[in-house]
Design a protein around this ligand. Structure first.
Ligand code: NAD
Ligand code: TYD
Length: 352
């Protein structure tokens, strides 16, 4: 079959990547979707069981730091476009060990840019879409929103590595004319989210009656977006965004961590048939994260006015779907949290 685009999606076995791959495979049967993933602790091919047999889907296990593997994959699949999500993504892990973040997020991104440049030369009918985070902008005070023009001010090893990758992507546009697009999104939540991040960890611990660790006073603020709305934004930007531009993605949905966990506890009490207030008793205050960013909040006006993107669900709807998914897929949680992760979990969340 002849495909009109051959899109390489990196990190497609991870949380957001699997939603992007599923969406593209289902909605664009005329595109070949090649999922490149190293399958670290955060990557799980079972996330894509429902599309694995589709005629327009391929999987390649590879490390984005491996230049020879990238060249082989670009050649073998005649890659025309890239959507780059592969990354080390957890702030706490970046504090414990920053080098892995430098390798994958910085060196890996540059290797991928090199592979695209070598394969595409000066042709401009391609897209290299780099998926990034609002954390590159640093930490907000009580007011204001991150705009695309906000100066970069990363504070954690994770955000520093993502900021560095963003700078390299822009440099390849300005220096070599590589046709890039970028998006910087706020915190995501949804199904298939590895239970080390706030929302899936809290859902898992409520089910298991384990402590709910709140860092510091719980007054840090995050701006939450349903993962499938992030996938729809990536789709919209990939197709309709302007070359060389970056777009902020977010749903104007700010919560303090403590308010959010209390809300989650109420929803879970309801869904589990527990007496109101039961789950909230599990809340435990623990030592704050080093350099903990106070507040993130996104202004996504450029994306909505230029491209017409809007989130499809309210937070209440998205969270309810997410809880239902975790309740129905506890075997997924057991699988991804067995083995090496268990030791890390005990150290980070129980012994803290
Ligand atoms: P994730 O940790 O769930 O998944 C990352 C995926 O990348 C995994 O499948 C992993 O196996 C793969 N990977 C890691 N290192 C690799 C390497 N060297 N080579 C090939 N594959 C490798 O991450 P996520 O939360 O899905 O985030 C995806 C992207 O979106 C990241 O670039 C992240 O910075 C960005 N982002 C995430 C959020 C969020 O809230 N999770 C918000 C905004 C932006
Ligand atoms: P996280 O999901 O790790 O995302 P990020 O740090 O990239 O925003 O954390 C979200 C917020 O929740 C952040 O302010 C840290 C806080 N947090 C806790 O209070 N307890 C936890 O167990 C975790 C994982 C996070």
């Amino acid at each position: 079959m002849n495909f009109s685009k051959h899109i390489l999606v990196t990190g497609g076995a991870g949380f957001i990547g699997s939603h992007v791959v599923r969406r593209l495979v289902r909605n664009y049967p005329n595109y070949l979707i090649v999922n490149l993933d190293k399958l670290t602790y955060a990557g799980n091919l079972e996330n894509l069981n429902d599309v694995a047999a589709a005629p327009n889907y391929r999987f390649e296990r590879a490390d984005i730091c491996d230049a020879a593997a990238l060249q082989r994959i670009f050649d073998a699949h005649q890659i025309t476009d890239v959507i780059h999500l592969a990354a080390e993504s957890h702030v706490d892990r970046s504090i414990e060990g920053p080098m892995e973040f430098v390798m994958t997020n910085v060196v890996g991104t540059v290797q991928l840019l090199q592979a695209a440049r070598a394969s595409w030369g000066n042709e401009t009918n391609h897209v290299f879409h780099h998926v990034s985070t609002d954390e590159v902008y640093g930490s907000l005070g009580d007011t204001g929103l991150f705009e695309e023009s906000t100066a970069y001010d990363p504070r954690s090893p994770y955000s520093a590595s993502k900021a560095s990758s963003d700078h390299f992507v822009r440099a390849y546009y300005h220096t070599y004319g590589l046709p890039i697009k970028m998006s910087n999104c706020s915190n995501n939540y949804g199904s298939h989210h590895f239970p080390e991040k706030l929302i899936p960890l809290m859902i898992h611990n409520i089910i298991e009656n384990k402590p709910l660790p709140i860092y510091g006073k719980g007054d840090n603020i995050r701006d939450w977006l349903w993962v499938e709305d992030h996938a729809s934004a990536i789709d919209a930007i990939f197709h309709n965004g302007r070359i060389g531009e970056s777009y902020n993605v977010g749903g104007l949905n700010e919560w303090t961590n403590l308010e959010l966990v209390h809300y989650l506890c109420r929803c879970m009490d309801d869904k589990l048939g527990r007496t109101a207030g039961t789950s909230a008793e599990l809340i435990t205050y623990v030592t704050d994260r080093a350099g903990h960013d106070k507040r993130y909040a996104i202004d996504a006006c450029k994306l909505s006015t230029e491209i017409g993107w809007q989130p499809s669900v309210t937070f209440e709807e998205g969270l309810s779907k997410t809880i239902d998914w975790y309740l129905a897929n506890q075997d997924w949680v057991s699988k991804v949290t067995s083995g090496a992760y268990q030791e890390y979990y005990e150290k980070m969340y129980i012994g803290r």
